[in-house]
Design a protein around this ligand. Structure first.
Ligand code: HEC
Ligand SMILES: [Cu+2]
Length: 321
């Protein structure tokens, strides 16, 4: 099934699922229409099939139960098959490279962990899992790479994630697949899959003034975060814990919110908490966190999140949503 290139193992699995759905649907269609046509011919007007008509009156309950159960089993099997693909599609492996994608009318802005940036172009190495942390600066967009069979809505003000492992080098189109205004049709770009060594070369040749986490660290100080929050280097003083929660080890830890909900502080949590910090259960801090909504842009937030993640170095990038 390759009217579209398959550039990842996931693409092959999605195509197999589609083939399975098509074959089973065609089989059901064939069976239903076949029986219909057969009976139309057998019992057509003017035919003297009195014997057949009499025999048709018997109902066999075992037969009824068996075909109903078989249909249920087959379609439930399809459901489990598709669910498993879906679940795997949203659980990135621990060693995935984390790349930030920000949609904006009408372009895709890409930020790499090393601090490199691009617009409407995404470079990844073949054979390595890549995780995209995606958000929008304005309206709802949808990030889609048909060759990878991945696509996900990108919402303003929150993180969505996708992951993939490209298996084929080459250039593939990426699109916005959510109508997002007059420039929507121009909101396309190119995914370039390179061999690992070529990827390393490429990264070295794109100018970057320090890593994304380093930019985040600078912002952490510049935006005044370090005035309240302890982060290993800038506020080692333990007394600071009374001003605001420490950022050291926050990423990946369990946070109990005021409404009793316990959640794991993943990248999406950090992102949202910077915009509007949620109140923790039993929290009593000497300061009140101001909202950074409208103050920090998505690219700044990506840098801050990347920095906060480095404060839990033992942890793999988060488990996604
Ligand atoms: C005026 C002090 C102050 C400033 C400035 C401040 N924060 Fe906060 N922040 C807080 C307080 C207090 C909380 C805890 C809120 C609660 O639980 O009620 C908090 C909560 C958080 C949380 C949620 C995590 C948790 O443990 O509950 C994150 C993440 C965070 N801040 C990041 C930042 C970042 C990044 C900046 C800078 C852009 C920043 N903060 C600036 C005081 C501050
Ligand atoms: Cu769009």
């Amino acid at each position: 099934m390759s009217w579209l290139p398959e550039a990842s193992a996931h693409a092959a699995r999605i195509d197999l699922l589609l083939a399975g759905l098509t074959i089973i649907s065609l089989a059901v269609l064939g069976l239903v229409f076949g029986l219909m046509v057969l009976n139309v011919i057998r019992f057509r007007a003017g035919r003297t099939t009195a014997v057949a008509r009499a025999a048709a009156g018997h109902k066999n309950w075992w037969f009824e139960i068996a075909w109903t159960a078989a249909t249920l089993v087959i379609f439930f099997g399809l459901f489990l098959w598709a669910t498993q693909l879906y679940v795997v599609g949203f659980r990135p492996p621990a060693d995935a490279i984390q790349i930030y994608v920000t949609g904006k009318q009408w372009m895709w802005k890409i930020q790499y962990p090393g601090g490199q940036r691009e617009i409407n172009a995404l470079h990844v190495p073949a054979g390595r899992p890549v995780r995209l942390l995606m958000t929008s600066e304005d309206v709802i967009h949808d990030f889609s790479v048909p060759a990878l069979r991945i696509k996900h809505d990108v919402l303003p003000g929150r993180y969505q994630s996708l992951w993939f492992t490209a298996t084929r080098t080459g250039s593939f189109r990426l699109y916005c697949t959510q109508f997002c205004g007059v420039g929507h049709s121009r909101m396309t770009g190119t995914l370039t899959v390179l061999e690992a060594a070529d990827y390393a070369d490429w990264l070295n040749n794109v100018p970057a003034s320090g890593s994304l986490a380093m930019a985040g660290e600078a912002l952490f100080i510049r935006s005044g975060c370090s005035g309240c929050h302890a982060s290993s280097r800038y506020a080692p003083d333990a007394a600071d814990a009374s001003r605001a929660p420490s950022m050291v080890g926050l990423y990946g830890s369990r946070v109990v919110l005021a409404d009793g909900h316990a959640i794991v502080a993943d990248a999406a949590f950090l992102h949202d908490a910077i915009l509007d910090s949620p109140r923790r259960q039993g929290a009593s801090f000497a300061t009140e966190m101001p909202s950074f909504r409208g103050v920090l842009g998505e690219e700044d937030l990506a840098a801050l999140v990347a920095y906060l993640q480095t404060l839990s170095p033992a942890l793999p990038p988060d488990t996604g949503n």
